[in-house]
Ligand binder design. Structure first.
Ligand code: AMP
Ligand code: MG
Length: 422
């Protein structure tokens, strides 16, 4: 008789343990602001100036003193201030022709847009047809950023908008954390690379290697340097050599397949032989066989072996959807933490289910769904862990607690793929 099985680890506990192993990588790179997209800031970025630097016009029009404007007042135009110029103080009883972005001259307290003015006498005079309010159409100095403010914080992942903001305070380079070096392996003797064998010639039992493609792309999106080692044969010696070798030069070894319970699954015993297996099997569906451990770089004497000089190891299940989801739920936050990122969890939105899910599972489930025009979620009909179509048809998942059924109209937790892929 089999011994009673230990209960599977809950996802939140597994994630907490995993993150406890993810010490941020040492080292800072200085990259040009152009190259910062997706990188994680290594230091706070503080502004050395106000943005905008001075009060400036939000409109093409005329700078005036409100007190000088009576109904249909005609004022002499005393100066012309295009963007990039700086004017002279505005004389009482006069107006200045001004353009968007140009500094507001001292003494002026409002801009009247040109659509509300009439140029007279070849532009030497102007009739003001609307009564301005003090401050109207003036963009105040420092209204975007004040001098001394932290505009971007250590641990933030840079977005295109953040690069623009950094440039707006004069940053031409940015301090970012080091990219994780990741070795990627696919396992499985059934795997064939697209291009190596044509679809019509595929032998029985062969399938194309799909995991390799999305895993490499996901790693790159997360800022990793990827060394893609292709397919390792389902043999213990080959697996041993491949992992031992890759551990020397990388921060993380990521494998897919071969981490389940069959005798063709060599990954787990090899990790145990070369280092330690810290986590295996998690109560999620799909994705139960996920494994995490460390491979010691120094295999020599027992005294020198140990986790202090080790390469992280994460083993994803072979089934493509399980591989994709365990990457998102576990490997993504792990890699972000290695890079020192502070925001690790995706935003979850409460949305109504426009479907029924009458059969609860013992494990926490990630159901592939798509938002519909009515503001609800539709379910992909086939939720099998091998059906990759579900992840393309869908635009996210419902994170459904263990033991939970769903009835049409229930509010559920939605996580969008866009959020995970960002
Ligand atoms: P395994 O975890 O190795 O037992 O694999 C589970 C299932 O996933 C099997 O049906 C494999 O053929 C499939 N699989 C494993 N690796 C890949 C891959 N790289 N691409 C597509 N399917 C895979
Ligand atoms: Mg396999």
């Amino acid at each position: 008789m089999n011994a009673p099985r230990a209960p599977l680890k809950a996802l939140d506990d597994a994630l907490a343990e995993l993150l406890a192993h993810a010490e941020p990588l040492p080292g800072i790179d200085e990259v040009t602001t152009f190259d910062g997209d997706g990188r994680v800031l290594a230091r706070d970025i503080v502004s050395a100036l106000h943005v905008p630097p001075q009060d400036n016009s939000a409109m093409d029009g005329y700078a005036v003193r409100c007190a000088d404007v009576t109904p249909s007042a005609v004022l002499p135009v005393s100066q012309r201030i295009p963007a990039g110029a700086s004017g002279t103080p505005l004389q009482p009883g006069s107006a200045a022709r001004i353009f968007t972005g140009a500094p507001v001259p001292a003494g002026a307290d409002a801009i009247v847009m040109q659509e509300e003015c009439e140029a007279l006498a070849e532009g030497t005079q102007v009739r003001i047809n609307a009564q301005p309010r003090v401050g109207q159409s003036i963009r105040r100095a420092g209204e975007d950023v004040t001098r001394g403010a932290v505009v971007l914080s250590k641990g933030e992942r840079l977005t295109p908008a953040a690069l623009g903001l950094a440039a707006s305070i004069g940053m031409s380079t940015l301090p970012v954390t080091r990219r994780p070096r990741v070795a990627l392996f696919s396992t499985g003797d059934e795997l064939v690379m697209p291009g190596d064998i044509a679809p019509e010639q595929m032998p029985p039992g062969a399938i194309y290697n799909s995991n390799r493609f999305f895993l490499r792309a996901l790693l790159q999106r997360l800022g990793c340097e990827v060394a893609d080692y292709g397919i390792v044969p389902d043999r213990r010696d080959a697996t041993l050599d491949a992992l031992r070798e890759a551990a020397q030069q990388h921060d993380l070894i990521l494998t897919s397949g071969g981490v389940s319970v069959g005798e063709e699954d060599h990954i787990k015993p090899v990790v145990q032989q070369l280092g330690e297996l810290d986590l295996w099997q998690i109560a999620i569906k799909p994705g139960k066989p996920f494994a995490y451990g460390k491979i010691y770089r120094d295999q020599a004497g027992a005294a020198r072996r140990g986790p202090h000089n080790a390469c992280h190891f994460a083993g994803l299940p072979g089934n493509p959807v399980a591989s994709f989801l365990t990457f998102m739920v576990l490997v993504r936050p792990f890699l972000l933490k290695l890079q020192g990122a502070t925001q690790l969890a995706p935003v979850r939105t409460a949305l109504p289910a426009h479907f029924n899910w009458p059969k609860a599972d013992k494990r926490r489930e990630f159901l592939r769904v798509r938002r519909n025009a009515a503001g609800g979620l539709d379910l992909y009909t086939n939720q099998s862990s091998g059906v990759l179509t579900s992840t393309v048809w869908g635009d996210g998942v419902v994170d459904n607690p263990a033991g939970q059924t769903i009835a049409q109209g229930d509010l559920v937790h939605f996580i969008s793929f866009a959020e995970w892929l960002a």
